[in-house]
Design a protein around this ligand. Sequence first.
Ligand SMILES: Nc1ncnc2c1ncn2[C@@H]1O[C@H](COP(=O)(O)OP(=O)(O)OP(=O)(O)O)[C@@H](O)[C@H]1O
Length: 630
Amino acid sequence: MSQKGTINVAVENIFPLIKKFLYSDHEIFLRELISNATDATLKLQHLARIGEAKVELGEQQIEVKIDKEAKTLHIIDQGLGMTEDEVQKYINEVAFSGAEEFLEKYKDTAKDSGIIGHFGLGFYSAFMVADKVDIITKSFKDEPAVHWSCDGSPNYTIEPADKTDFGTEIVLHISDDELEFLEESRITELLNKYNKFMPVPIKFGMKTETLPKPDDAKEEDPAPTQEVDNIINNPNPAWTKQPADLEDQDYKNFYRELYPMQFEEPLFNIHLNVDYPFNLTGILYFPKMTQDLNVQKDRIQLYQNQVYVTDNVEGIVPEFLTMLRGVIDSPDIPLNVSRSYLQADGAVKKISSYITRKVADKLKSLFNEDRAAFEEKWNDIKIVIEYGMLSEEKFFEKADKFALYPTVNGSYYTWDELIEKIKPTQTDKDDKTVVLYTSNREAQHSYVNAASDKGYEVLLLDSPIVSHLMQKLESSKENVSFVRVDADHIDNLIKKDEDQISKLSDEEKESLQKTITDTISDASYTVQVEAMSSDSAPFIITQPEFMRRMKEMQATGGGGGMMGFGNMPDMYNLVVNANHDLIQEIFNSKSDEKKASLIKQSVDLAKLSQGLLKGEALTDFVKRSYDLIK
Ligand SMILES: Nc1ncnc2c1ncn2[C@@H]1O[C@H](COP(=O)(O)OP(=O)(O)OP(=O)(O)O)[C@@H](O)[C@H]1O
């Protein structure tokens, strides 16, 4: 008997609202309907397993079909189906109240764009793309099939149907302004985006498969082919398996599956698997990291029970780990809330700290198991680790055992090893241990040499955020300071008590200082006459650590950099070695002209060695040098 009914009075508002609010995200209807079909299939499998459903289950699948002529899109499952009463209850009442609840929530978060695609709007999302929706369903229970139909108005019809197999077919009569959803390529794209790893096989059309040639086939015979179902998903992706059942190659293959356009192999992976106090599985990969911190295209993907949700995991995964790749699957992450709420949510906080801990533990075990291999990877992973040390206190503590400090000679020290090694030689008169480093061994070559000659260890620290990390280490470790090799002349980098005897008196130094300052007449240089070893260079340009680091920190952003330093001009010290023969010559020279020309030429040489001589000054210098030697 055919019946008519009215869904609910308030529903009159709902369809236009669905269309309006969800305008940009119409495509999620397919994910919602396939999720329902998957649930129905898994529920029936469960009922059969526990003996409540007396049915023979074959290889169950879900089929998606396009009928271009009829302008319909079909989603067909072999799940538990619905009786007429159930259609009344679940579709007319439950599904509707779900949609209403959704709209209630959505109104409050309308400003928080980006979250919309994460809502489970459910069955009614079909009306975003269809003028009319049919449900033809037969329950696994021995009851007649029913046909429900609704054209988007609050009125529906329900009548008997002649379907004989259990399961449900949803027919969407695609509206004229949504015809893209009748295109095979568009549906393929959506299935690949949202359903690639769903747990029930999804068939979309047929494909041709090449079979092996029979033994007696001739060389020129074409290989036989056959038409098979085109299954678009992998129902058993690697992250749903136990780590013990997976080989290294399986992880690599899965990486390929996730990012088909990614040709670089991952460095290593971390399998996440926890069921208490929250449910979470997943695999994270460390990709090869380069210096540029650009946002990457291949990002961590978030799934809920194998249904793709988003690749924006901000707030769920700690920020420093968003540079990784891979998959996280958790039914416990609330998605129908705004991101700011997400960050305050207790379960999400626990998830985030669990992930941090797992990553730290994995790094620690890689370090312990094969230190040489870990050192080899260091350059590619250091940005993530250094960034983590800066942003997560817990990670900072754990990383102390495996974060490495490489030297220009190719040794890699942990923090404790480094301090033990340099403490005897690099502790200054105030009992501070001075860690020397270079950010660019080519550009700072002569300074690195001077330090190495003195028996000092020089670290090579060249990540973009390293100035922030040094600041952090200086404040959390006792009595250490970082100094770049060109921050001062060698005798001053690590101040010891041994004073050099000066060949010039204090007054003589002062007068020389004035002469040089007047001659170079450049406010960005502070002239400093010092008694140094006569072997050291006569003029050395240095850049004081503090100012330079503050400027760098401001340039790379984040907390710590002091306001205002970014706009300051670069400031240098011009260190003059009072004990060098050339300085003696300049000082004793009777002719002012000679003095000036010696000073100019030598200061230009010092600038040249620091890469600071450019443009017109460089041209003048070259010309002057030719004049001198001709
Ligand atoms: N393909 C199907 N087979 C059997 N029952 C279905 C099917 N699709 C929907 N249903 C029934 O209709 C109900 C409502 O579906 P709807 O998608 O609106 O909400 P939901 O699946 O419960 O929640 P969600 O908002 O997460 O999608 C389901 O709970 C289920 O009982």
